[in-house]
Design a protein around this ligand. Sequence first.
Ligand code: NAD
Length: 290
Amino acid sequence: MQILDGKTVAAAAKEQIKARTILHKNNIGITPHLAAILIGNNGASETYVASKIKNCEEVGFKSTLIRFELNVSESNLVEAIKKLNEDASVHGILVQLPLPKHIDEANIINCINPAKDVDGFHPISVGKLVQGLDTFVPATPLGVMMMLKYYNIETVGKNAVVIGRSNIVGRPMSILLSANTNPGNCTVTLCHSRTQNLEKICAEADIIVAALGIPNFLKVNMVKEGAVVIDVGITRVVDEKKKSGFAIKGDVDFENVAAKCSFITPVPGGVGLMTIAALLENTLKAAGAE
Ligand code: NAD
């Protein structure tokens, strides 16, 4: 069994991004600039956005954080996005999800200029992804693909199972794994809360991507000997032994599953770190860098 180490892959990706950023600045005088919009003060969202900003600094990007109170109106939010759309010095725009209930998420995503849609959630980006055209790919599934590539994991012709069909992770993951690319070219089964015989489907998979948000969901009896297991899940569970009062748990029963796998990602230290690296990659692309 080999650990797919997000720390190693993300560090390598960031080094490369840093070098390409210097080159881009020297060649055409452009510094990639990411603008993040954060609404309210949800603990997890605060942590994610702070980490994105910190990572931007580390690779030499500019970043701007725009904060709104939880009761911000949809029109004020739209106004802020329009300003960023028109600001030529901003290359990437992200709106940290989830949004408060009174705001229409689809409308907000639709307002982002697709050329600056570094989260890859705009319908134009999604349409291009489905058609196999060059576009911004949502960061978490892109990060998983970067990891598969780094470790040279054979995907062509393999049976892949993705658990979870969200627009952010599961569905784009299934599209990428089934694309005519390498990594890619898998036969993909996309499972969700209504899937029947999930255990049997998983037990036949060469590659499993668990992205449902239920800690320890994927048990050892659901995994074939030698399978590749990618754990996207991040759930905060109460842990009084930790200073923060919580521990981060993945969707895979790592302790029992790991020994049976050829490759497995840990949580933390796996896909989460890749998500940030992929966002940086998208921002560099939005700034026009090679
Ligand atoms: P979501 O709640 O939008 O979607 C969950 C999906 O899981 C749904 O499609 C649902 O049908 C499916 N599901 C729920 N219960 C199921 C069951 N019993 N059997 C099979 N399928 C079931 O969640 P999301 O935004 O896709 O996130 C999934 C997990 O990934 C969460 O833990 C989230 O925190 C984590 N996440 C991690 C990263 C990262 O960077 N590592 C990024 C995004 C999300």
